[in-house]
Design a protein around this ligand. Structure first.
Ligand code: 3SL
Length: 244
């Protein structure tokens, strides 16, 4: 009997993603903080998360949505975009705030990474908080070719996204083989740091940026592993819904 194995490629930034081809499944990672916030918001009862690269387009589309059923989430440089309801902190996504609402979201890197792979047949998002839930969904579905796309920071490598890619590979274990050197190094990074994820996030350049903005509690939250069972999955290009 042929045992099918997933093959997993890791890309450190959206810019590294190959053009002209697509995987069976793309998994977008932005631990600090977009994909953590998406998982939290959907777990807390948000009806969906719609992502935008462009703030004007977000305003135009969300304007047509009933006010009581929408939240505008905007982050640039780690700060809330002026006039937006929320600024990409997972701690703001309480059920009181998000339940029954669609989040219209634009962030510096995470939403850009999603746009890069939005035409893949299946698109999921992953963070440390929902890593095991993503592992279980992949195990059930057994896509042959999986791309893990780290959001990075403005085109540069980020420790927190790569360690999460490694955590995903560690969770898949013998069900997955590595497709590129980046995947091997992501796994090695996770094996080295899996007991010290908060110190790693605090050391990471974007972690430092967020600490400088007074977001220490967000780092603590985002460093937690496997505490949510919700997987954000794209239902149509740019729109994520919860799989629980
Ligand atoms: O770059 C992004 O997409 C954001 O997650 C960055 S921040 O953590 O909200 O500053």
């Amino acid at each position: 009997m042929k045992v099918s194995a997933m093959k997993v490629w890791v890309y450190h930034t959206p810019e590294q993603v190959p053009t002209g081809e697509l995987p069976d499944c793309a998994v977008v990672v932005d631990v600090l903080r977009a994909t953590t916030t998406m998982a939290v918001a959907l777990a807390a009862g948000a009806t969906g998360v719609q992502v935008f690269a462009d703030l004007d387009e977000l305003m135009r589309v969300s304007h047509a949505w009933p006010e009581a059923q929408r939240l505008r989430v905007g982050e640039r440089g780690g700060k809330v975009v002026s006039g937006f309801d929320l600024g990409n902190s997972p701690l703001d996504c309480t059920p009181e705030r998000v339940k029954g609402r669609r989040l219209f979201m634009s962030t510096t890197n995470g939403t850009r990474a999603l746009t890069q792979v939005q035409h893949a047949p299946q698109v999921l998002t992953c963070a440390l908080v929902n890593r095991q839930a993503v592992v279980e969904l992949l195990r059930q579905q057994q896509p042959e070719r999986v791309w893990v796309v780290a959001s990075g920071w403005e085109g540069a490598f980020s420790l927190e996204d790569t360690v999460c890619a490694g955590a995903l590979l560690a969770g898949l274990g013998s069900q997955a083989t590595t497709g590129n050197d980046e995947a091997v190094s992501a796994l090695a990074l996770y094996q080295q740091w899996h007991n010290d994820l908060l110190p790693l996030l605090q050391r990471a350049s974007h972690g430092q940026r967020l600490l400088g903005l007074g977001q220490a509690a967000d780092l603590q939250f985002c460093a937690q592993v496997d505490c949510l069972t919700t997987v954000p999955r794209q239902s149509e290009p740019g729109i994520l819904k919860a799989v629980t």
